[in-house]
Design a protein around this ligand. Sequence first.
Ligand code: ADP
Ligand code: MG
Length: 698
Amino acid sequence: MNSLRDKDIKFLRGFGPKRAELLSKQLGIKTFYDLLYHFPTSYVDRSTIHRIWQFAGSDMPAVQVKGHFVSFTVQGEGAKMRLVGLFTDGSATMEVVWFQRIRQLRELYHPGTEYVIFGKPVEFNGRWSMVHPEVDTPSATLVQGGGMRGVYPLTEKLRNGGFSSRTFALAAADILGSHQHLQETLPPYVIGRLKLMGIREAIAAMHNPQSAAQLEQARRRLKFEELFYLQLDIQRYARRRKSQTEGFVFARIGHFFNTFYSDFLPFPLTGAQKRVIKEIRADMATGRQMNRLLQGDVGSGKTLVALLTMLIALDNGTQACLMAPTEILASQHFETISQLVAPMGINVRLLTGSTRKKERDVIHSQLLDGSLHILIGTHAVLEDVVQFKNLGFIVIDEQHRFGVAQRARLWRKNSRLPHVLVMTATPIPRTLAMTVYGDLDVSVIDELPPGRKPVVTLLRYEEQRFQTLQGIGRQLRAGRQVYIVYPLIKENEKLDLKSLEEGYESICETFRDYRVAFVHGQMRPEEKDFQMSIFASGEAQIMVATTVIEVGVNVPNATTMLIENAERFGLSQLHQLRGRVGRGGEQSYCILMSKRKIAKDTRTRLELMTSTTDGFVIAEADMKLRGPGDIEGTMQSGMPFDLKVANLATDGVVIQAARDLVDEILDADPDLIHPDNAILPRQLALLTSRSFDWSRIS
Ligand code: ADP
Ligand code: MG
């Protein structure tokens, strides 16, 4: 395979420097290897010959017909000049039209000769035509095998340059023909065990499949290979990091943890909370640095897990720090946690941008002399003046709000790396967790505390607004609180702000007896905090806001959320928003207000929200709808090499199989030195020639 990577495409029969340059510019295809791995994006059935007299409909698929040209004429002038061939298959005639390469084609095709023509029929003024179809002699069609034909991604420039899907299929066949001994890229024992197709056969079948079954086998092989090397890369990195980074050994469960657990636990832990704490405990006792992602749906009780694990850090003579993305969240955590541990004499303090100088000074000195046990704060804790005596454990809440660089700064506060627990309510589909976050250990709280009633989600259209507001009025009269959420999207920020302000005024008008808090992203932080605090305390019963309330806010008395223009939100965002209600014992409601006329995908999205509250189901669906590349922009930057055949959104089963095999191989041969594995590091090096640091999370 190596030599193919070096062989310039211009040396391919019939290519030459000019066409090679076009290919390189348009598709980045420079070598034989690139061309072999430029696969069709779909396939069409070429086993059937259609009859022209049966053409019908306004959007016909590409079809093939067999017959001969009756005549050729050149029509029009200048840019409109075209070659028109009148083609008959005995049943009827159609026009075949070319706008480019008129002279050459005129000489290439002869009236009377039999051709098989493949293209999309279009009807105009009662006459069928095909523009720039593929034209073969029947014998050429046979050479390629009758059945499936690949459709390759082509650009207009390539088409004009004479490239067709057939060019690619033939070129691939040509390369394979002259390279009989294409080197296998997986070890023979892997191929044997999984009954995979050989590499040469697989590539050949991708370009010129003999049957649907053969194509399926080829795809399976190539998919597996991609995911296998991806897992090998990730797992090799993860294992190396684990064996090389020394961490604090938290061997003891002591006074703080035990006392809290037996005397001050506010409610029995859920099974999932217990399991996760066990996983974390085991991890922190190993002597290697913990890097763990804690996923738990909104309201699953991550805070309590964070607290209990921070107590383990304290029991082992170190300090702990909890970092949250906003002041509100940091103070909520501070209040919850300091209340819970107050009776045990644990010193907890809050550090945010608005902490007074005097308090700051106390914090700084207590951190240094070790008398401050738990620091809770915003990114203010990252400042260099904040130095710990012995920081052993860091918890980061809602990780996606923090940049990589910021997190890295926190780690560096010690000579020895503290254990790290990153908590997120954004469910990460398993397939992504195994790849993008593949080097982190993952714990999942997959159970909500008992007694929670799932939020009832309703889809409502504009004309039902009046009844909807009446329903909200009933909730308010029952003493509950209500969120009303507006989208705020960058491109038309001004317009959105206007609709938000108008919405606020109309809500104030409709619900005159109630106080309405108002929050949006362009407010000064102090004003925002003030507005949030009057809602949290219940002084305000209604909160009109943009998505700034998306993360973490906990007001259990808020039972209703109305989301305006719900059609403009993504699934994950809707799920996060909805998580703000349903946090108490009362039945909660989320109303998605939408235009009636929406795209099919959008309706699918909204209807899914009404049918499930399971964050993982929603995240999977979101990934499938948007494609994995979109998920937090992690994919494009995060992959060590591009996947050509595999799809992270849909190939979960294959990912798991690849992961299992990689684990088994690395368990037996961690450094890949066994002769049977010789091919693995070589192939990995080739694939990942772009070096990439998987450690960016930690
Ligand atoms: P999140 O995972 O979204 O951060 P929180 O930690 O804020 O969730 O917990 C949500 C609510 O559930 C809080 O009011 C918390 O007190 C409560 N809670 C947490 N664990 C339990 C439990 N085991 N039993 C009952 N309620 C719990
Ligand atoms: Mg939380």
